[in-house]
Design a protein around this ligand. Structure first.
Ligand code: NAI
Length: 349
């Protein structure tokens, strides 16, 4: 079921959902709030539903605060912020989503719960409505398997934070229709995102490629090689990553990150490369989920102190560094050393 270039071209020519079409977002946590903001900013009326009392209210507050910050920094007109907030409506019952043309679920990463939700939703929305899942790793084929009409189910995998990050993986299961995938792709484009197509393989593209980033960092920690702040600092400052693995896991949510690893591990028949970390499980069991719970690998919140990396103590400058052969990747280091007069590097000196 490879996606042909023709499918992708057809999708590019396909119009996305009309802006007047109401969009439903289920799950008002980290991702649901962000996705709701993106859809409302693109002009859709958005209905936000969560099974936990108070969750939608808190999500709307968070969206309001983040938009307010943008206005204060001169990045958004106050009128645009008001218009976005006006388009966001809390939904008290799932039935309130009956007039939506696209529903994106961003609830707990659990196959049975997602299947149950979408099967219920299928009976509420119109037969033409698209049912999308923001799952990070669960099979879209399996989620859709619970539906009477699985062709209308597609993955729309946004990245965290959804309002800021452009990538959206449009994930097709075995039964996803071309029209469903094309509309999801065109809608993501109309929302200012950069969609890519992926088949419903474990972890899709990004989460598959990213597994070793988290997994090896957790193994290093478990082996006592270095602490989280040191590993993060090395990856960020020397490795060129925007965030280190531990600060990224704290942002994602340790429960979500652990669930994704467990799913990918199981989906590949317990391939040891994807073995979940006991250390991470311990934190999840303790409710230390990262930023959203105030504590993960790091403490978060106003009173939290910034962690410090254990870097090598400054040492006296060597009088001379001798290098033999081609400097290769070290060439910039040699040039920098020479520029500050710190060393006379041989044979370049
Ligand atoms: P979260 O824990 O911040 O929020 C989940 C929300 O869903 C909670 O408010 C919860 O009350 C609600 N919920 C749970 N079961 C529900 C149900 N049956 N009906 C209605 N609401 C329900 O989780 P987060 O991080 O927003 O993740 C949600 C989904 O998005 C997961 O599938 C996750 O894998 C995926 N995802 C997460 C990313 C991240 O960085 N956190 C990135 C991309 C995707």
């Amino acid at each position: 079921m490879a996606v042909s270039l023709i499918d992708v071209r057809q999708a590019a020519a396909m119009p996305g959902l009309d802006k007047d079409t109401p969009v439903g977002v289920i799950g008002a946590g980290t991702m649901g709030a962000g996705i709701a903001q993106v859809a409302a900013a693109a002009g859709h009326p958005v209905k936000l539903f969560d099974s936990q009392p108070g969750a939608v209210g808190r999500a709307l507050e968070r969206i309001g605060t983040s938009l307010e910050r943008r206005v204060e920094r001169g990045r958004m007109e106050a009128s645009a912020r008001t218009a976005i907030l006006d388009r966001l409506t809390p939904a008290t019952h799932l039935e309130d989503l009956s007039d939506t043309g696209l529903v994106i679920e961003a609830i707990v990463e659990n196959l049975a719960v997602k299947q149950q939700l979408l099967a219920r939703l299928e009976k509420i929305v119109d037969t033409t409505a698209i049912l999308a899942s923001n799952t990070s790793s669960l099979s879209i084929t399996a989620i859709a398997g619970a539906l009477t009409e699985p062709s209308r189910c597609v993955g729309m995998h946004f990245f965290n934070p959804a309002p800021a990050l452009p990538l959206v993986e449009i994930v097709t299961g075995l039964a996803t229709s071309k029209a469903t995938a094309a509309t999801a792709q065109a809608t993501a484009t109309a929302w200012g995102k950069q969609p890519v197509r992926a088949k419903s393989t474990p972890g899709f593209i990004v989460n598959r490629v990213a597994r070793p980033f988290y997994g090896e960092a957790l193994r290093l920690l478990q082996e006592g090689a270095a602490d989280p702040a040191t590993i993060d600092t090395v990856m960020r400052d020397a490795g060129g990553f925007r965030m280190g693995p531990f600060e990224l896991m704290d942002l994602i949510g340790l429960d979500v990150n652990y669930a994704v690893t467990s799913t990918v591990y199981a989906a590949f028949y317990n391939d040891p490369r994807y073995t979940p970390s006991l250390l991470q499980k311990e934190l999840v069991d303790a409710g230390r989920l990262g930023r959203k719970s105030g504590q993960g690998f790091y403490a978060h919140g106003d009173a939290a102190t910034a962690p410090t990396a254990k870097l090598a103590a400054p040492a006296p400058k060597p009088a001379e560094i001798e290098l033999h052969g081609d400097a290769g990747l070290l060439a910039p280091l040699v040039a920098a050393s020479l520029a500050v007069g710190a060393v006379a590097a041989s044979p370049w000196a």
